[in-house]
Design a protein around this ligand. Structure first.
Ligand code: ADP
Ligand code: MG
Length: 685
């Protein structure tokens, strides 16, 4: 068995299955073997039906009399059946799982695991999991469960893996200085554990391998960056002081510290490679402005890249204002800019000092005369390739300095791994006078009684005038929905932007209610945002497109629907759209149905600290959530124990030892080939 061969070479994998696997990125034998179980079910001795008691139970039996019906409450289907063993029979019930009706065959035996409880006056087994007895290794009582990939279900993965069972010992080791056959054993026991302990130990090793690769990649990135040359920019203390003195507010200490760290980087002749991390509203833009100011004074050009046109023009206007008294030329370049070619010409001739723009800046015909600093706002919004493009826009041999900014706090454990060799500045202090945003988790069904009165109050709608609203009445509201339009094909509990807008217009006919989403044309989106900024819109119903950095201080309430479907980091970002002015701000997190809000969401009621929330997310939902926000879906760790600081520390130490011997970089070919993927992820530029 060769790891780099196509999956089709595996026993039992025909062309059709191979095609399906390819579709999900499972191309090679390696990809396939590293598709590990997402969980392990355990079936201790099942209880006989005659002896069951209320609570969590495991029973083993056959099922019949399956029926499914719609409940009186909308959007709910009820599937029922009878499970029997030699000692008796009980009723089982599933909600909204109508596929169960086709899942079972009457003569097969299954394990059922779930809660046996009183519902509507009768004891039943509620929403149990069901596993075919023949799927379970009855010696260990374990059933590894694989994530379904389209029509390939857990069961299929098991069958395919089992076909290769005898060949695992052919898998070569990846890392130096591990006992022989370590990787082969780890993979084998992940798929065929003889106890939960062995499975855990095996996965732990695979996690270590991944961390090793990740950390090695980030160390190598650092080496590469250090080989580049950049123009050194001398710190001009008098000019910076007068600039700061002229600002309408005092910089926070955190802003001063970050700016100072940046100034020191800019003086070096290797390019700066710095990530500026700060919670929403912590004032990152001003720090970027200080860096831009220094570079412009030294006659270097600055490119400030923002993910949306709205954000770019917001930055542009802010910079125009703070640089008013200085001889610095600033231009805006977005898709909607009229005289693009004239601006590009001036950029090419070095006549523009600072250009603020969107993806429009990335086109081939934008060439800088002397690009010395690139600032990327909301860096996770850009793909690796886009970030690389802007960095290559200087025609000279010098690489630009890079300042990337993000509002997503990166927990320390992640910082040590993915961004291990990056310089990081942190804004851990808010400008003074900010109040915490009052946050309430609320089941959607109470919205009418709890939320609507407060909406009236915030918008300050006079109760008895008959005027139809064409301008805002008071403060403004964001209303965030998960989807743009209702999907007719699936019964879903998600209220779309379109539907919510319609509903709100019915409830509040005198308010100006508009919507915003990613499928609108950029010009349309900008127009809506401009009107919202100007206070002409009372409620803006939107998808998460408003998440990114928009600053409208008069908006003081944000309502987020289907809140349970987001990560805390993202909810915190969305919440950060309000709380930007002097008045009290509110956030309502609406949850689906009438279920009790989760502990996870309740964290948002308690805390406005992005770092704390990111840690909670990392613990409760795993790292995928944070990468999702951070890094445009690039990092796909299979086993990732990025909250395991001990394992990280061990991998770091081993990487250091590995790097001490330069021959290793040549000797371990497979390792080196694999990490090029990680190198892309861990780099900023
Ligand atoms: P973010 O870090 O989320 O990008 P911004 O840079 O948009 O935050 O800043 C948020 C708001 O705070 C802006 O209106 C900005 O002008 C203001 N601001 C920035 N620094 C300070 C400060 N030191 N004191 C008061 N207000 C500040
Ligand atoms: Mg910002």
């Amino acid at each position: 068995m060769k790891l780099e061969d196509d999956v089709e070479t595996l026993k039992g994998v025909g062309p059709k299955t191979a095609e399906k696997l390819h579709k999900y990125g499972i191309i090679s034998v390696r990809d396939f073997l590293y598709t590990l179980p997402r969980d392990y079910e355990t079936f201790e001795t099942p209880t006989s039906i005659a002896e069951i008691r209320p609570g969590k139970i495991v029973i083993r039996g056959k099922i019949d009399s399956l029926t499914t019906r719609r409940a009186r409450r909308r959007n709910l289907s009820v599937t029922e059946g009878i499970v029997r063993d030699q000692t008796g029979a009980i009723k089982v019930v599933w909600f909204n799982q109508s596929y169960r009706i086709r899942q079972f065959s009457p003569d097969k035996e299954y394990f059922f695991t779930g809660e046996y409880e009183l519902k509507n006056g009768r004891y039943s087994l509620i929403s149990p999991t069901a596993t075919e007895v023949s799927d379970v290794d009855l010696k260990t009582g374990l059933n590894p469960i694989y994530k379904a990939h389209g029509s390939l279900k857990s069961h299929d993965f098991k069958r395919l893996i089992a076909a290769s069972r005898s060949q695992f010992n052919l898998i070569p080791d990846l890392l130096p200085s591990v006992p022989h056959n370590t990787r082969a054993k780890a993979l084998f026991y992940s798929h065929f554990p003889n106890s939960l302990k062995t499975a855990e130990r095996a996965r732990n090793y695979l996690a270590y391998e991944e961390l090793f690769e990740l950390i090695l990649a980030s160390r190598l990135n650092r080496r590469e960056n250090d080989k580049l040359k950049a123009s050194s920019i001398r710190f001009k203390s008098a000019a910076v002081k007068s600039f700061v003195d002229n600002l309408p507010f005092k910089l926070t200490n955190a802003q001063r510290r970050a700016a100072w760290e940046i100034f020191q980087d800019l003086e070096k002749s290797t390019p700066m490679n710095r990530l500026l991390q700060g919670d929403v509203g912590s004032g990152k833009t001003m720090v970027a402005a200080l860096a831009a100011f220094e570079v412009a004074l030294a006659h270097g050009q600055v490119a400030l890249l923002a993910p949306t046109a709205v954000l770019a023009s917001q930055h542009y206007n802010n910079l125009l204002q703070v640089f008013q008294k200085f001889d610095i030329r600033i231009e805006l370049l977005t898709g909607a800019t009229k005289n693009k070619s004239a601006i590009k010409k001036d950029i090419g001739e070095g006549k523009i000092d600072i250009v603020v723009g969107t993806h429009a800046l990335l086109t081939d015909d934008t060439v800088f005369a002397n690009l010395a600093l690139v600032v990327i706002d909301e860096q996770h919004r850009f793909g690796v390739e886009q970030r690389q493009r802007i960095m290559l826009k200087s025609p000279r041999d010098l690489a630009p300095h890079l300042l990337a900014m993000t509002a997503t706090p990166i927990p320390r454990s992640l910082q040590l791994t993915i961004f291990g060799d990056l310089d990081v500045s942190i804004l851990d202090e808010m400008p003074s006078g900010r109040k915490p945003i009052r946050t309430t988790v609320l089941p959607e069904i109470y919205a009418k009684e709890r939320l609507y009165p407060q909406i009236q109050e915030v918008i300050n709608l006079p109760p008895d005038t008959k005027s139809h609203g064409s301008k805002a009445h008071g403060q403004q509201i964001y209303w965030i929905c998960r989807a743009i339009e209702d999907d007719d094909k699936t019964v879903s509990e998600i209220t779309s932007v379109k539907k919510r807008t319609k509903k709100l217009r019915e409830v509040f006919p005198r308010l100006t209610i508009e919507f915003l989403h990613g499928k609108m044309k950029p010009a349309e989106k900008d127009l809506i945002m401009e009107r919202f900024k100007a206070g002409e819109i009372d409620i803006l119903v939107s998808t998460t497109v408003v998440e990114v950095g928009v600053d409208v201080p008069n908006a003081t309430m944000v309502i987020i629907e289907n809140a349970e479907s987001y990560g805390l980091a993202q909810l915190h970002q969305l919440r950060g759209r309000v709380g930007r002015g002097a008045s009290e701000s509110y956030c309502f997190l609406l949850t689906t149905g009438d279920t009790k809000p989760s502990k996870r969401l309740r964290e948002l009621e308690k805390s406005c600290d992005g770092f704390h929330l990111a840690e909670v997310d990392l613990k409760m939902r795993g790292p995928g959530e944070i990468y999702g926000v951070l890094q445009h879906g690039a990092l796909d760790l299979k086993i990732a124990s990025l909250s395991d600081t001990k394992l990280i520390a061990r991998a770091q130490k081993d990487v250091d030892v590995f790097l001490k011997n330069p021959d290793n970089l040549i000797k371990y070919k497979e390792l080196m080939a694999g990490i090029s993927k990680y190198q892309q992820i861990t780099t900023l530029n």
